[in-house]
Design a protein. Structure first.
Ligand SMILES: CC(C)(COP(=O)(O)OP(=O)(O)OC[C@H]1O[C@@H](n2cnc3c(N)ncnc32)[C@H](O)[C@@H]1OP(=O)(O)O)[C@@H](O)C(=O)NCCC(=O)NCCS
Length: 388
């Protein structure tokens, strides 16, 4: 099957979550993504305590469908190999701290010299200019400064401490945005022959994701005060505890939801309140409560732990999990690309690569190096031996 990006090659100088998520989107849509790792391995291989076939579970999550080449970019030979690879590639993505590519002598201007239409995406915490540009960052840093951490806290207790978001959305959101921007740049290049540099900052993207900021800009009021002064129009919702100790999330907002409540519960509009629903649900199990509200046409869900998510028959029927054979971890179940295409469905073909797994394939088949040259690069420590 033809895939949207199967004639595109990406050089992936990324690590941790933000960059690897961005490049994995493209790998899933058919691009050949070559992760270029230092011969001693990138920090995210071992980021968690538990290792599965020698890599953290987050590494398995974020590097599906990629190839891996180890290359020491701090050596003149390593840089030379990299620039030769750039000539044969469409896109370079990196998420080092700003200034790192410049220190390596591999900044956009240098890459552009060898491949004039290259698309170069520089992902970072604060962007390539501005007073904080040199600061290092992780998702939680951008979440904190963009207001999300304070807002999450406010939602549970306006006077309490800030609360961190459960997952690294400060990586996954900006990573998706970076991927989208690269695809737009690719379309521009294909129409005009002109490449470009893309500067994606976690903080900029997380500011853009925060609708409460627009609420503040329009009203001059803090989100908590705005919510008090202008409560959401007719509707009830929130997290509600059930008889068996399980929780549901109800989101019965808007006039049509209210009509459905009046009709199905036989109550007056003015009697509908969160307290009334809580009282009603206290006699129902989680399953009964979800059945009742979804049966009335209201948005309602059980609040799951992850072990329940993976067992849910709907999630399973939507093909959200795929089993692949990993050379060291054996058969492993991974999360599938979530969007369904009618013509070009992304396919999970290979699990996260071992360190240097594709050294030989890339250097001999793509670059045309002979065995002697590859051995020489190994001896000099420019590339590592491929993990077996
Ligand atoms: C994630 C982060 C905090 C890690 O910080 P760090 O471990 O100090 O890493 P840096 O990016 O500053 O530097 C990477 C180093 O590895 C080196 N390196 C990376 N790939 C290499 C390769 N293939 N060969 C040789 N050296 C390599 C770089 O040259 C650099 O060396 P230097 O410190 O001597 O300049 C930082 O990269 C960062 O802020 N990135 C931008 C925001 C981001 O994406 N955060 C992660 C979100 S999940």
């Amino acid at each position: 099957m033809k895939m949207p990006l199967d004639d595109i090659r990406v050089l992936d100088l990324t690590h941790v979550w933000f960059g690897p998520w961005c490049t994995m989107m493209m790998a899933d849509m058919g691009a050949e993504v070559i992760r270029v790792e230092p011969p001693w391995g990138a920090i995210d291989r071992m980021a968690e305590g538990a290792l599965f076939g020698g890599a953290s579970y987050t590494f398995h999550h974020l590097n599906i469908n990629k190839k891996d080449l180890t290359l020491n970019l701090k050596t003149p030979e390593g840089k030379k190999v990299f620039l030769e690879l750039v000539k044969k590639s469409d896109i370079v993505v990196q998420n080092f701290s700003p200034g790192t590519m410049e220190k390596l002598g591999l900044e956009y201007e240098v890459l552009k010299e060898v491949k004039p239409d290259i698309i170069y995406a520089a992902l970072s915490g604060f962007g390539q200019y501005g007073p904080y540009t040199s600061r290092r960052s992780f998702a939680a840093i951008a979440e904190a400064m963009s207001g999300h951490t304070r807002l999450t806290g406010e939602r549970s207790d306006p006077d309490g401490p800030p609360i961190e978001m459960a997952q690294a959305y400060g990586d996954l959101g900006p990573g998706t945005m970076a991927s989208m921007a690269i695809l737009a740049a690719l379309r521009h290049r294909d129409r005009t022959g002109v490449g470009q540099m893309i500067d994606v900052a976690q903080l900029d993207c997380m500011v853009a994701y925060n609708t409460a900021i627009t609420g503040y800009l329009l009203s001059g009021m803090m989100p908590v005060d705005l919510r008090k002064k202008y409560p959401r129009g007719r509707g009830v919702g929130g997290l509600i505890n059930t008889k068996d100790g399980g929780w549901i999330r109800l989101a019965a907002f808007g006039p049509r939801a209210m009509d459905r409540m009046v009709q199905h519960l036989g109550v007056e509009l003015d009697d509908i309140s969160k307290e009334m629903i809580e009282e009603m649900v206290s006699d129902l199990t989680r399953e009964e409560a979800v059945k009742l509200f979804t049966g009335m046409g209201l948005p309602c869900a059980p609040v799951y732990h992850v072990d329940e998510t993976v067992e849910d028959p709907h999630v399973i029927e939507r093909d959200m999990f795929v089993e692949l054979e990993h050379p060291k971890a054996g058969k492993i179940k991974l999360i599938n690309f979530p969007v369904k295409f009618s013509e070009t469905q992304p396919v999970l073909k290979t699990p996260a690569p071992l360190l240097g797994q594709h050294n030989k394939e890339i250097l001999s088949e793509l670059m045309g190096y002979d065995d002697e040259k590859i051995q020489d690069l190994m001896k000099k420590g420019v590339i590592s031996y491929s993990a077996k």
